[in-house]
Design a protein around this ligand. Structure first.
Ligand code: LRH
Ligand code: MN
Ligand code: MN
Length: 386
């Protein structure tokens, strides 16, 4: 069993990056239910993110999505974040909301559209230079809807060309994170549909190209923890986009649909050394019907709970059971950890950090929700359509 002090130390060091877009209004294709008090500007999103960090002590960075978080001066935005006790994190590109991208972005059959998409990716690197961000996260909505629509192999060549140009443009301390997704918005082929395709491209690019595992981007039944273990073994797990799914890319709170899966993922992360490496733990969620800030606090807590349970796995006892072929005992060792109530341990960890043991209660008492409801009128949609 990991020493209790070591478990606590690991939990105190854990950081979860929150996404700027989770603070704004979002919805489904049917309806966006506007909430009172949501941010109207990137700065207000950062103010809310700072509250999540204030009460959890575990959310020190905020991911941007460009152009959803477009401002004139990104260095000033970074300063604004710092003044509020957080930092700007990953820069997410967006090559999916312009009319030009109907047939794709970097994989589009028309070179002029590919050029436009590439220019956007370069702009994102310029922004990283201004903000001091390490990671550029690339997700492409590219794909086709009908067999024969485009040449699937040529699309891979176009993708490789764009990725190589972006990789070349990165500074020595910057990374390219390539995110896969098995379908949507394209329904027949997707140009980066799975970890294998992402990994193959990253391998060609170089060591600073890494794969992003968005937990909502797999077919039902996919063993995500196996993918995590494999990518860690190969040194190519760059980041997570955490969220939960019941059906497709639901973007619900991480740990809400399947906390056991999250535990299994975190166990493989720890087993593979990913907790102490450069793996970025990010949320990628939308809070369509629930209050946003407490939902994000809850999500951070869910990641912490899964991590605490995974840290509590008695790895020596597990190894003994595994080597002796004791299937039931091995499973029992894992389940013992999963079935531990880690909430008191996490409350203790928070109190030792000078925080309230119950971040959601502390947030509710703070009066922040009432204040933003009164002060902010006309909050905007998170990104889609903004
Ligand atoms: C695509 C995705 C990707 C985008 C985000 C808004 O489904 O997961 O990470 O940047 O949603
Ligand atoms: Mn994602
Ligand atoms: Mn997604």
């Amino acid at each position: 069993m990991t020493e209790p002090a070591a478990v606590k130390a690991a939990l105190k060091n854990q950081a979860v990056e929150t996404p700027s877009w989770a603070y704004g209004n979002s919805g489904t294709r049917f309806k966006v239910f506007a909430q009172a008090g949501v941010p109207r500007t990137p700065q207000e999103k950062l103010e809310d993110a700072a509250k999540v960090h204030e009460f959890t002590g575990a959310a020190p960075t905020v991911a941007l999505h460009i152009p959803w978080d477009k401002v004139d001066d990104y260095a000033a935005l970074a300063e604004f974040a710092q003044d509020h006790g957080v930092k700007l994190g990953t820069v997410n590109s967006n090559t999916f909301q312009d009319d030009d991208y109907k047939l794709g972005s970097v994989c589009h059959p028309d070179a002029a559209v590919r050029r436009k998409a590439l220019d956007h990716l370069f702009e994102c690197v310029d922004i990283m230079d201004a903000t001091g961000s390490r990671d550029l996260k690339l997700w492409f909505a590219d794909g086709t809807n009908y067999p024969g629509q485009d040449d699937v192999r040529e699309r891979q060549d176009r993708l490789a060309e764009a990725l190589a140009a972006v990789y070349e443009r990165l500074g020595d301390d910057q990374r390219l994170l390539l995110e896969y997704k098995f379908f949507e918005p394209a329904f027949y082929t997707t140009d980066v549909p799975d970890w294998g395709t992402a990994y193959a491209h990253c391998l060609k690019l170089g060591p600073r190209a890494q794969v992003v595992v968005d937990t909502g981007h797999h077919a039902p039944g996919t063993n995500i923890e196996f993918i995590v273990a494999t990518l860690l073994r190969e040194g190519r797990l760059g980041a997570f986009d955490f969220n939960s799914r019941f059906y497709a890319d639901d973007d619900l709170m991480v740990g809400a649909a399947d906390p056991f899966q999250l535990f299994r993922i975190m166990y493989e992360v720890i087993r593979g050394g990913g907790l102490t490496s450069d793996v970025a733990f990010m949320l990628d969620q939308c809070h369509n019907i629930e209050a946003k800030i407490p939902a994000i606090i809850r999500s951070v807590m869910n990641v912490q709970e899964a991590t605490a349970k995974a840290l509590l796995v008695d790895r020596e006892a597990l190894a003994v059971a595994q080597r002796s072929g004791d299937v039931l005992e091995a499973n029992a060792v894992l389940m013992d950890a999963y079935n531990t109530d880690v909430r008191p341990l996490l409350a203790e960890v928070r109190e030792e950090l000078g925080l309230d043991g119950d971040p959601i209660a502390a947030y509710r008492r703070s009066g922040w929700a009432e204040r933003i409801t009164a002060e902010r009128v006309g909050g905007q949609q998170a990104g889609w359509g903004a």
